[in-house]
Design a protein around this ligand. Structure first.
Ligand code: NAD
Length: 361
């Protein structure tokens, strides 16, 4: 395990993408958003993604420094094409359009299609919350078929994340942000490498048996070898039985079908699609009731007696805020294997040993 200070890690990742055709500004954005995922504890969406982003960039699936195209543009609606740009570039451009329209109209909706990986969806809810806006995001990941619907064994869904952000006066926002699969694929990968085991019944075999065995997803694998989810016959299960499976379906239909991104149906090049709604609570809250009621209710919610031995009751967004504070202070821990893969990517784009040594020093 190596531990790297977050600013050094951002600088290093930015250097890698600047060597790979991105402007300084884009390279820094990619570094900042990926490291923010690590800082908030979502390592599966952090710098571990550097090699795969580079693979996508090298085979033309992702194009540096794109600007989104507006296909429909009304005072309260935008239909946006990400034009296969990095999600860290076209994602914030799309969200900024939603925010601007919402500030003017009180309510706005956007769709985004053909976007590179937009990472941790909580980033986009936090961006809107920083402007005082509520946001709701339905996302699909076309081309990434990993999840079986409730009652089925065949893969039909992506990990299709859902996210809601609610700003709070003087406090960090409530950010509910999760994949609709029982576990992220990154967690199956970690388990396959001897790391933390999967929760019971996270996967399902083609015969419909619940399983925690990563080979359901990857087929037979060597301890050190590559993992390819196309080789397994099983699937990850949707969370929450019929309810989570239904929410995943809605993410595919709104984030995928409505946006024009395409609902996940066959292996193809990866793209995130999103349907997002933005609402200005100040326009709704004519009695100036909302802020005080959030404070009262969150206090009441958190005062529920905790289950013995399980700490305290938290609201969504709190675990991320705590991990962010801890990792900002103490650095981002990275498994040796993750760091080795990032270094290999850095070398591939022409970064030398002296620069690599400085990243950890
Ligand atoms: P998760 O299972 O860790 O759940 C995270 C959510 O649960 C957060 O809102 C968090 O605040 C809340 N939470 C966690 N512990 C809590 C507790 N003890 N009490 C109260 N609330 C708690 O998340 P996940 O499903 O593994 O998803 C991880 C990330 O992956 C998310 O940021 C998601 O947006 C991202 N993702 C992205 C894509 C994509 O295609 N871009 C696809 C899937 C997932």
């Amino acid at each position: 395990m190596v531990t790297i200070q977050s600013q050094k890690l951002i600088d290093f990742v930015a250097d890698i993408f600047a060597h790979a055709g991105s402007s300084e500004a884009e390279a820094r954005r990619i570094g900042t958003y990926l490291v923010t995922a690590n800082l908030t504890g979502h390592d599966s969406h952090g710098v571990i993604r550097v090699p795969v982003y580079m693979r996508w960039r090298n085979n033309g699936n992702i194009v540096p420094d794109r600007t989104v195209k507006l296909l429909v543009d009304t005072p309260s609606l935008a239909v946006i094409d990400g034009c296969w740009g990095y999600g860290q570039t076209v994602g914030p451009q799309a969200v900024a359009i939603g925010i601007e329209k919402c500030k003017a109209a009180g309510l706005a909706a956007i769709t985004l299609r053909n976007s590179g990986h937009i990472g941790r969806i909580g980033d986009w809810a936090e961006m809107a919350a920083a402007e005082g806006l509520i946001s709701i995001h339905f996302v699909n990941a076309a081309g990434s078929i990993l999840v079986a619907p409730f009652g089925g064994v065949d893969r039909r869904l992506s990990t299709a994340p859902y996210c809601v952000g609610i700003p709070r006066a003087g406090k960090s926002p409530i950010v509910l942000d999760f994949a609709t699969s029982l576990v992220a694929e990154g967690k199956v990968l970690v388990a396959s490498r001897g790391g933390k085991k999967l929760p019971k019944g996270a996967l399902i075999s083609p015969e419909g048996e619940l399983s925690e065995d990563p080979s359901q997803l990857y087929g037979a694998y060597e301890a050190e070898g590559a993992r390819d989810h196309a080789k397994g016959q099983g699937a990850i299960r949707a969370f929450g039985d019929h309810k989570g499976s239904g929410l995943a379906l809605v993410c595919e239909l709104l984030g995928g079908a409505l946006s024009g991104n395409g609902a996940t149906s066959s292996p193809r090049k990866f793209s995130n699609g999103m349907f997002a709604v933005y609402l200005d609570p100040k326009r709704v809250d004519v009695d100036q009731f909302f802020d005080g009621e959030i404070t009262r209710y969150v206090d009441y919610f958190k005062a529920s007696k905790p289950i013995a031995g399980q700490g305290e009751v938290l609201v969504p967004g709190e675990p991320e805020a705590r991990t962010r504070a801890e990792r900002t202070k103490n650095g981002v821990p990275l498994p040796d294997e993750t760091w080795a893969a990032i270094i290999a990517t850095a070398r591939d784009v022409g970064i030398g040993d002296e620069r690599i040594t400085r990243a950890v020093g």
